[in-house]
Write a protein that binds this ligand. Sequence first.
Ligand code: ATP
Ligand code: ZN
Length: 223
Amino acid sequence: TMRDNGRLKIAIQKSGRLADMSLKLLEKCGISLAKSRDQLLCMADNFPLDVFLVRDDDIPAFLATNVCQLGILGQNALLEQQANENGKYAELKEVMALGYGKCRLSIAVPNDFDYKDITSLSGKTIATSYRGLLAKYLAEKNVSADIVTMQGAVEVAPRTHLADVICDLVSTGNTLKSNGLRETDIVMQSQAVVIKNEIKDVEINSICEKLIARLRAVLRAEN
Ligand code: ATP
Ligand code: ZN
């Protein structure tokens, strides 16, 4: 079957902020991909590798079920799912940071919000797509607040009175600015990373080691 065709499987984002860089990175490793990128699957024709093009959120599940052995996603996405899924993804390990997809998970408040320090958030409602990471951060700071989970458009939550403040991914800060928000706390810094499951198959593991060595060489050459 496809599952055990003797080839390493890697899951990368199909479209979005990490998609182009992740495909490019594989190409820089000398891997030539046969199928067009609108398919679920690309097969390398000069290396025993199959590339699954999926939603970034689904990547931990692809690895946990061993459909894929490697994945590329934001640290934020991995740590959020690890914070939520009761140990289900504990065996997924970060192999290397890739230097792209850099962003931070930050708390931001409306410009007219009276913010002194993190305790100003106590009793407030915070909108986020990162409930697990935010809850951990607030617990560490001994702040008790209500978290409302949103799938997207988190930055409009204060204007619609869905929440007092937000916790969202920020790179330039332009989105915050144009929504009348200012960044107050960094919950975590993030970038794209390679993650790996516990590979049991010796052959697959040695293919994986080869790919990781190529990835390291590419990053070394770039830095
Ligand atoms: P998908 O359709 O795969 O679910 P998505 O909309 O969840 O995509 P993207 O917006 O493409 O995800 O973001 C993917 C990753 O890019 C984020 O998880 C994060 O690691 C990184 N990233 C870098 N900068 C930003 C930013 N300013 N906003 C959001 N994500 C960013
Ligand atoms: Zn996503």
